[in-house]
Design a protein around this ligand. Structure first.
Ligand SMILES: [Zn+2]
Length: 318
């Protein structure tokens, strides 16, 4: 029976649990209306450094940050934004200065951008994406800096989501590196000389969810030795067993054939000897049966390897 929305709301408030129910043939329409409209003028501030390579300078790398914060609090007071995101803004300006001073110029053009109104919903960045100054098709990467100035301390935002170690002075959170193997690799390679503790996360890290799936696409999150023992070896083991069965079968035939031709002992020799000693075909047939049985037993022994647990997946259950 359908409860009324008020009842459902009270139950959610009381239990803090979802109260899901099937609504059957129901259509729902949602109209979203902005209750508050505020018109303000704000500016993105952008500078371009032309690339040095005639062929590649048409391509763009964006180095960006937002420079706004939350302003005045309703009950008086001010939301301070030194870390979020005075730090990122200064970082972009410092990088622009460093790139200009460096006589070795990058091949691609670099667009240094600080955006407005990020805290109101990424408005400055949305505006740039809608009115790009350089073609988006040849914009190869965006590296955005946010809150690069603090040693992160536990806060309500991180509670229950990530554990903040005591010392974070040397730690760098990189969001989105997991989407780009090239970027991921470059960062790790460059960091070898710098030695920061990297925390690589996917985009879900807007809520600071740590990446438990580090490198999941390439090695299932296993260390190289584990990758060999737990993935690679079990993958090839069933084929190795099959190859060994064939090899052993052929080897057994070679042994028998060699006994027939070259030595004076063994089952092969017995068959030749029985035929030469007055056509004792009963002995010939008995010898051949024994040879066959031994071959069969050898193969059965090899097949027993198929019952090992770590290769079971390679054989269908009958
Ligand atoms: Zn920010």
């Amino acid at each position: 029976m359908l409860k009324n929305p008020g009842e459902i709301q009270s139950k959610i408030d009381a239990t803090l649990k979802p109260q899901s129910i099937v609504l059957g043939d129901t259509e729902a329409t949602i109209h979203v209306v902005n209750a508050l409209r505020k018109r303000q003028l704000s500016y993105n501030v952008i500078g371009l450094m032309e690339g040095s390579d005639p062929a590649l300078s048409a391509e763009t790398i964006i180095i960006s940050a937002h420079y706004d914060h939350d302003g005045l609090a309703a009950g008086g007071g001010i939301y301070h934004g030194a870390d979020d995101n005075g730090s990122g803004t200064v970082g972009v300006v410092a990088l622009a200065k460093a790139f200009m001073k460096n006589p070795a110029k990058p091949k691609r053009s670099i667009l240094f951008a600080v955006y407005a109104a990020e805290e109101r919903g990424l408005l400055g960045a949305y505006y740039y994406a809608a009115h790009p100054l350089r073609p988006l098709a040849t914009t190869r990467a965006v590296i955005n800096f946010d809150m690069i100035g603090r040693d992160e301390a536990p806060s309500p935002q991180t509670d229950g989501l990530i554990e903040i170690p005591k010392d974070t002075a040397n730690r760098l959170n990189l969001i989105g590196a997991l989407y780009s193997p090239d970027y991921d690799q470059t960062v790790k390679q460059q960091n070898k000389a710098i030695g920061l503790t990297l925390l690589l996360t996917a985009m879900s890290a807007v809520h600071n969810i740590p990446a438990v799936y580090l490198n999941v696409g390439r090695n299932f999150g296993l260390r190289p030795a584990e990758f060999v023992s737990r993935v690679l070896y079990p993958a090839v083991a069933p084929r190795l067993i099959l190859a060994s069965r064939i090899t052993l079968g052929v080897a057994w035939l070679v042994v028998v054939a060699a006994e027939m031709i070259a030595v004076n002992s063994g089952l092969g020799f017995l068959i030749i000897d029985a035929r030469n000693a007055g056509n004792r075909y009963d002995l010939v047939v008995a010898g051949m049966i024994i040879i066959g049985l031994i071959g069969l037993l050898l193969d059965l022994a090899m097949r027993s390897l198929e019952r090992l647990k770590f290769v079971r997946w390679g054989y269908s259950e009958e």
